[in-house]
Ligand binder design. Structure first.
Ligand SMILES: [Mn+2]
Length: 351
């Protein structure tokens, strides 16, 4: 790294928030990488006399993520009303560079820091940003910051909590280290002596809600395959079990003749989908944008990184449709139609 090291610039940017209040707003459904990063961010802020709150709009949806929150006794605030954000002066984003789209942010809230490992957006207006698409997890970057700015002590409960969450974040974002880079392993080695291993084992024991398993069953029945591409609808799922969608996508991708899969469902008032690929020629972000385009504000409906992506499309007035079966069918037709733009051979009729 040229010039001043990133952790020093990060610290310098945070100095602006000293004595003020800072919001870490997680995007989407908080995942372990975002949660671990947020905890590390808060730990650094607290030592700098910055009053810090971790908040999220959408619920923590996967059972293992709920277990993480519960077992580590994490204090995160779920917000739904923009007025709840009025008290904050500064905003920090972790594991994303775009702020949560389902809530309107107060104008005076200033974006102070962005630390992420997804692809950098064209425009980024944060005071400080450290975006490294070449590392497996944002928790890896925060582990480096912590090692420099707030090294772990030997018997602090808070340090154990943060180290455990960070390691779980790296573990989940790198598919149990199979996608981990040298930087991720280095961070994991730093964290390991401070981790509560029995707790990590309990959290990592992945359980699935009944509703999710049923939804995955529906996706398998709905599966449509065109050469190496597959897509399927899980139908309607509650926002608590929204992760049935990526879980189904991960599962279907294991089929040996498929290299790219899109699974979607209806969650509350939107179509919510996941893409998974192990094809060298599919770029998830490009795939999403070519298929689904952008919203009226010019923001893409979907985004992605190397091997995965997601999209959310509001249903608008269609969400008033009382007949869930009709709605699921309409959504399937609409998504399928869009996919024909990027999947040659997916013409013909819906089944
Ligand atoms: Mn991540």
């Amino acid at each position: 790294m040229n010039g001043i090291e990133p952790h020093r610039k990060f610290e310098k940017a945070l100095e602006k928030a000293q004595g003020k209040s800072l919001l870490i707003l997680l995007s989407g459904h908080p995942d372990p990488d975002a949660i671990g990063s947020a905890l590390a961010h808060r730990l650094i802020c607290e030592k700098m006399d910055i009053n810090t709150t971790i908040a999220h709009v959408l619920p923590v949806s996967r059972p293992e993520n709920r277990a993480l929150v519960k077992l580590l006794n994490l204090n995160m605030k779920q917000v739904s009303d923009p007025r709840e954000l009025q008290e904050f002066d500064f905003l920090s984003l972790v594991d994303t560079s775009t702020s949560e789209s389902t809530i309107e942010l107060p104008e005076k809230l200033k974006l102070l820091t962005v630390v992420d490992h997804h692809r950098k957006p064209a425009k980024l207006t944060a005071e400080f940003s450290d975006v490294r698409p070449d590392v497996g997890a944002t928790c890896t970057i925060y582990s480096e910051y912590l090692a420099e700015l707030s090294p772990f002590g030997s018997d602090s409960i808070e340090d154990t909590r943060v180290a455990t969450a960070l390691l779980f974040g790296i573990e989940t974002d790198t598919d149990d280290f199979s996608l981990a880079t040298a930087a991720d392993f280095k961070a994991a080695a730093y964290l390991k002596p401070h981790v509560d291993t029995p707790l990590l084992l309990r959290v990592g024991h992945r359980r699935m809600a009944e509703e999710s398993m049923t939804a995955i069953g529906r996706a398998l029945l709905d599966l449509e395959v065109v050469r190496e591409f597959a897509f399927a609808s899980v139908g309607r799922v509650s926002s608590t079990n929204r992760d049935a969608i990526p879980t189904a996508a991960d599962f279907i991708l294991r089929r040996e003749d498929i290299d790219t899969v899109v699974v979607f469902g209806i969650v509350e008032d939107r179509i919510d989908g996941s893409l998974r690929t192990n094809s060298a020629s599919v770029d998830p972000a490009l795939f999403m944008e070519s298929a689904f385009g952008t919203d009226p504000q010019g923001r893409p409906f979907g985004g992605g990184r190397a091997d995965k992506g997601g999209f959310q499309i509001p249903l608008g007035i269609l969400s008033d449709c009382a007949d869930s079966n009709v709605l699921v069918k309409l959504a399937r037709q609409a998504v399928r139609k869009r996919l024909t733009r990027v999947v040659p051979g997916l013409n013909g009729d819906d089944h």
